[in-house]
Write a protein that binds this ligand. Structure first.
Ligand SMILES: *Cc1c(COP(=O)(O)O)cnc(C)c1O
Length: 478
């Protein structure tokens, strides 16, 4: 019970409740595999179980915890189930959760170096480690003109890149004078919707985002990009930003970043490489050949450890080649933030590297994950997921009823039943309603395609094998 004079939770109770909550999470991990992956509640069902107003008197933590099972769990779609094959994963791991907990315990707001030096310096060091771990260009390291910063999501990283590209193309004048409607940006037809969103927010305008044609692997056609840029320049417009996908969301398509990068250099356009999902695979040297090709031309790059590097949401890693361009885009110095460390020029203030001022101590969980697994452990799991996807693709190839829609480069298999769109839709709906697995779809070549995305932390061969059995059964039953 709470301390009746202060209303606080006494420290001994905090210990006890904390242990109980960790027990709850550990039990959850042991049982999550047998729960229906997709939540079955109807809209409004969870709210209807909650009281109409907040309690006047504090309640016991026991009561609160019991409501987790009663009210919250039924409304959870289990992203941490090894039977999760939908979208992309948002995976997690035990060391990551402990890092997250510690971050909450310290309760640091790391906007300036001075507001917790460890928050800034650990982040800089871990992001420098990652450059080496993933074989990324040394220009992304903090001892060069570039550097890295943790953003909440790839969407925010992309927005930061768009803004920096916009400012660079306008000699840092559009922050002062506004966009003049002449800026244009480019991405392939397969780019993630976060690119469109960033272009809207940056004031470039969605009509000034060119969607470049793709080839039969769904990768951008560089010559089509050149034509679009030349046309825009001829029309008096100002190209400022190109996005290249390394692993598109729809089908894992990999744009030819090297060729695109050479084009961007020629026309002096900011190149951002979005490797949100697939970037993690570069931890295995054998995949770097195609994942990192052309990154030496990238002005910025991002990937999400919160998708496929066992670090719980949110954690996006964002690198730039020229940190000054980024800082000049964002920096402001109100009197109340002035301090000696900043004025000495010897420290990084990450508040100048992203949209918001305040920032969480996210580097802790990433540090815990990297130290717990080691490079070797991370490689083991990434290789395992890719191997499982390739086995799954072999089963599809050997099947009479299903086909591969595009060769899977990594851990996403796009496939379909030969019976047409309606049949595929029914198979997916049945599987998701039955709840043993969860998978989602996309459209490629104007056909409905099922996506088998393998990357949940605890997914093993037996889960993938069972999923394939269920998919075949579902196809027969309907
Ligand atoms: C998931 C994804 C994103 C968006 O990720 P958030 O971190 O949720 O913003 C962007 N690009 C690609 C290629 C993705 O797969």
């Amino acid at each position: 019970m709470s301390d009746k004079t202060s209303y606080h939770m006494p420290v001994d109770e905090f210990r006890q409740r904390g242990y109980a909550l960790i027990d709850w999470i550990a039990d959850y991990f042991q049982h999550v595999e047998s729960m229906p992956v997709l939540s079955r509640v109807e809209p409004g069902e969870i709210r209807a179980m909650l009281p109409p107003s907040a309690p006047q008197h504090g309640e016991s933590f026991e009561t609160i915890l019991s409501d987790i099972d009663r009210i919250i769990l039924p409304g959870i779609t289990h992203w941490q189930s090894p039977n999760w094959f939908a979208f992309f994963p948002a995976n997690s791991s035990e060391p990551s959760i402990l890092g997250e907990l510690l971050s909450a315990g310290l309760g640091v707001q790391g906007m300036l170096w001075a507001t917790s030096p460890a928050c800034t310096e650990l982040e800089t060091q871990v992001l420098d480690w990652l450059v080496d771990m993933l074989g990324l260009p040394a220009d992304f390291k903090s001892n060069s003109a570039g550097g890295g910063v943790i953003q909440d999501t790839a969407s925010s990283a992309t927005l930061a890149a768009v803004l920096a590209g916009r400012e660079r193309a306008t000699q840092f004048q559009s922050n002062a004078n506004g966009c003049d409607g002449k800026l244009v940006a480019y991405c392939s037809t397969q780019a993630h919707s976060s690119i469109d969103k960033a272009i809207k927010i940056a004031g470039i305008g969605i009509n000034n985002l060119r969607k470049i044609e793709i080839d039969d692997t769904f990768a951008m056609q560089p010559m089509a990009l050149v034509s679009a840029i030349e046309q825009d320049i001829a029309d008096g417009l100002v190209p400022c930003f190109v996005n290249a996908n390394v692993g598109s969301t729809s089908s894992n398509a990999i744009d030819p970043a090297e060729h695109i990068g050479q084009i961007c250099r020629r026309f002096n356009i900011w190149l951002h490489v979005d490797a949100a999902m697939s970037g993690s695979a570069a931890i295995c040297p054998e995949f770097r050949l195609f994942l990192n090709k052309g990154l030496e031309y990238a002005d910025s790059y991002c990937f999400n450890p919160h998708k496929w590097l066992f670090t719980n949401f949110d954690c996006d890693v964002f690198y730039v080649r020229d940190r000054q361009a980024l800082i000049d885009t964002f920096t402001l110095m109100p009197e109340y933030l002035r301090n000696k460390a900043t004025e000495s020029g010897a420290v990084i203030d990450y508040r100048d590297w992203h949209i918001q001022l305040g920032r969480r101590f996210r580097a802790l969980k990433l540090w815990f994950v990297i130290r717990h697994y080691g490079i070797e452990g991370l490689q083991f799991h990434i290789r395992q997921h890719i191997r499982l996807a390739q086995i799954f693709a072999d089963w599809i190839r050997a099947s009479q009823d299903f086909e591969i829609v595009v060769e899977p480069p990594l851990n996403l298999v796009c496939f379909r039943h030969l019976g047409g769109d309606a049949k595929n839709q029914k198979i997916m709906d049945k599987l998701n309603a039955d709840g043993h697995i969860y998978l989602t779809h996309t459209r490629l070549n104007n056909q409905l395609v099922l996506r088998m995305s393998i990357g949940q932390t605890k997914t093993e061969e037996r889960h993938v094998r069972r999923a394939w059995e269920l998919i075949q059964e579902a196809a027969q039953d309907i």
